[in-house]
Design a protein around this ligand. Structure first.
Ligand SMILES: *Cc1c(COP(=O)(O)O)cnc(C)c1O
Length: 362
């Protein structure tokens, strides 16, 4: 088999989609499954749709193209505010987009008119994480602008937290979003179809909240893919946490000093603090690197410890001296490794479990 390879359990992902969407539905929340962590893999998207997902979101149009061209049937949402120059492709490829810049929304409007379509817009509001979003006091102005444009319709408002500065979507933040929805509704005499509360960090709130209030939609990536919420990084519901496994092959084993010797300089990946260990150590090198994985989110399944990595070599402490050249080592992975392994053309993707088996190159 190919190594390195990322093994993807499609049945586990389908199960996660089914379980999470049913739970959210029971609380009055609709789900968009976010596929950016897997580069919009059509195989994975199809598994999520088989699990009951009706809406797919991605931050990159190229990923929407992959899924659409593969014939995956869903509503498509572009979840990163587009650049104005992308308007034509956005209108052609996405049913809905998240937006925060009036200039872009005007471009979408013109393009939608040209293409004879109506493009739905969700206005993102800033709630403290300081990534995309209109400041709340300027929201009415933005709503007014969208309502005055032809070719675009206002689907609702949304917020995103945790991703940039780790601001937690607490009950208070969600009440604030709900209040903003109500302000817009009473000021403009309309009903917002969608109040989109956030991402996998919102699952803690949703589990604890008596009612989600006006929030009726979430955009979930990591929890569906890796089974964890992202505030405490705990398993969410009883979702599968091992749908992905990264496997690499050993290219060198040997007993070497535990500490580097010689004059030290920063490495291409920053300053390495020398390990406290002295003496000798059994070390193994795996043909995987920072280009394919993130060593802080690699958890070995074998009795080895991850020491460090450069772009293309990963060095392990072989705790039981059990590894030989040519052996495979498997790792459980976190989101950053998932993202890099899916993006790396050097990592083969191996799909197992229904629906359909086999390899796909990207
Ligand atoms: C990435 C992203 C999500 C999904 O985040 P997860 O933590 O993977 O659930 C949702 N919404 C927006 C706007 C995003 O950028």
């Amino acid at each position: 088999m190919n190594a390195p390879r990322l093994e993807v359990d499609l049945a586990a992902l389908e199960g996660n989609a089914r379980r999470l969407s049913a739970w959210c539905r029971s609380k009055g929340i609709a789900l968009t499954a976010v596929t950016k962590g897997v580069c919009g893999s059509p195989r994975i998207a199809a598994a999520l749709v088989a699990g009951g997902i009706r809406s797919l979101g991605d931050s990159r149009l190229d990923n929407l193209v992959r899924m659409r061209q593969a014939g995956v049937k869903a509503e498509y949402i572009l979840i990163r505010p587009p650049r104005p120059s992308m308007a034509a492709r956005v209108v052609a490829l996405a049913d809905v987009s998240l937006n925060s810049a009036p200039t872009t929304i005007r471009a979408l409007s013109q393009e939608a008119l040209r293409q004879g379509k109506t493009h739905a817009v969700i206005l993102m509001v800033e709630l403290g994480d300081l990534r995309e979003g209109i400041m709340p006091q300027r929201l009415p102005e933005a709503v007014d602008a969208v309502l005055s444009l032809k070719g675009v319709s206002l689907r609702g408002i949304g917020a995103n937290m945790t991703c940039l500065n780790g601001v937690v979507p607490t009950a208070a933040k969600m009440r604030e979003l709900g209040r903003l929805a109500e302000v817009v509704e009473s000021q403009f005499g309309l009903r917002l179809a969608c109040v989109s509360g956030g991402n996998s960090a919102n699952l803690t709130w949703l589990a604890e909240a008596e009612s989600p209030g006006r929030v009726n939609h979430l955009r979930i990536g990591e929890a569906i893919l890796l089974g964890r919420e992202t505030v405490h990084h705990r398993r969410a519901l009883d979702l599968a946490t091992h749908a992905f496994r990264l496997v690499g092959e050993v290219i060198e084993v040997g007993t070497k000093p535990a500490r580097p010797y010689g004059q030290l300089a920063p490495t291409p990946f920053g300053v390495r603090h020398s390990p406290p260990k002295r003496g000798l150590m059994r070390r193994a090198i795996v043909a995987l690197g920072e280009q394919d994985a993130d060593i802080h989110t690699l958890v070995p399944r074998a009795p080895v410890e991850v020491l460090s990595a450069c772009s293309d070599q990963l060095v392990l402490h072989d705790l039981r001296a059990g590894l030989h050249v040519g052996d495979e080592v498997a790792f459980d992975i976190g989101y950053r490794t998932l993202m890099r392994a899916m993006t790396s053309p050097y990592v083969a993707k191996e799909y197992v479990g229904a629906p359909g088996q086999g390899a796909e190159r990207r």
